[in-house]
Design a protein around this ligand. Sequence first.
Ligand SMILES: [Zn+2]
Ligand SMILES: [Zn+2]
Length: 492
Amino acid sequence: MPLPDRFADLHCHPSFKAVLMKGRGLDPQRSAWHALKLGAEPGKTRDRVFMSQSCLSQLHAGRVNLVVAPVYGLERAFTRSNILQLVAALAEKIDHRFIQDIKHGKHAYVDLMRMDLNALNAFPTDPNNGGQHARVLSSIAEFDPDSSDVQVILALEGGHNFYGRQANGDDDVSLDTIHHNLDEFKQPGGPRALYLTPTHLARNVFGNHCYGVKMIRDQEFFPNGHGLTPMGRDLIARALDTSDGRRRILIDIKHMSLQMRIDFYRMRWDLPGGDRIPILCSHAGVTGISQGQVFRYVDGWYKPLFQEHINVRYIKPKGIDGCEFNPWSINLYDEDIYQIIASRGIIGLSLDERILGSGRVAMERMSPLEAFKPSRYQMTFLDDRETEDGEVDVERTVKQLCATLLHVVRIGTHAPNADPWDHVCLGSDYDGLINAVNPAPTAESMGELVRAMAAALPPMAQRAGIAIGDVEEKLHRFFFGNMLRFLRQHFN
Ligand SMILES: [Zn+2]
Ligand SMILES: [Zn+2]
């Protein structure tokens, strides 16, 4: 069997950067088709993070014909730092006035989310290349496997997308407003979303999130809650509800804190038909360990003066072939992998180097109500110095991705009546402010990524004692087949 030559991605953001540009993605020269190139300093992580990775023309060039694109309103906390203005790749074209308006709360999150949606829909044909097309699907029956079009399914990242705006400028988080804004995606005839990620990177009313933004120090990014809130339960129940012809929106556990994930797993059993609702994690990495083992990997913790959060420093868990994982709680513990595969859900693997465990691991900031404090070990008092991500070696990053895939398969083997190779796919998180793995810095390089994985996987699987069989066939499932099958079951 030849290697896969077309691809599906469970999580990328083709229009996100276009929305920040002058014209909000509605200008033909700065649309979701337009690729922002690297700035003057291509070696800078910051520029690699901000160049386009999965704009529509890049997806088209990389033969990524089936993508799930979560729409999203940029959290205000991002605009309080100057990071967006400092990025060379963005500097000339970014709409500075718009960023200031977001910062000062002039736009409701629901309106920012709609701008993302509008930018995605604005140009079904590439304004600069009439031969390239993209379209949004409202059911998988509309998918044409023989077409070279970029075929997009919507999703929703962050429950904050449903916040309105009050007259005094505060967020409107009343249940009525949230229901109204969510229901737009639930009614036949409106836009349809495959999944909802209830939390994102900043504090929200639905539950505690995991720390994920290291490059900006803003309180809003530091978790301070505990598990799922009553509003979070309401949001999840309403998203999943199928009564009166309402369309189900599945729940993506990415960005939910560990306690919130546990609360959701319990809640799911109590919902009507809950055992048949699949659990997703759309752009995941793994910790490589069980929840019960985490204390062994906590090197120390401390509470910074005048701060609410707790800093946790880890030792990195080891994987296959000397690979190491990132033990931050944003990544999946073995129990999460088991829950997802036993639910016949799907795990999209992120291509973010940091999530895959490359380099040194920085401290995780955690809510004092959820922080891992090693009680059985002597507490270490740490200074406030940050650990920095180390140099990344190219071959190593492919191995990290393969080690993550093999770890999912190894843990998933324990799930009853499921072949773990069927429940894992690509969920790149391109254009989600990631530093992507080296063989595939953008969606155009899927061919290189698949070749690198085809070479790395068999010897790694053998050393790990995992029967891989036909590697090409496994890669077909990972890069296309699994996602298509999942969509045929849950998005018809
Ligand atoms: Zn995300
Ligand atoms: Zn995302």
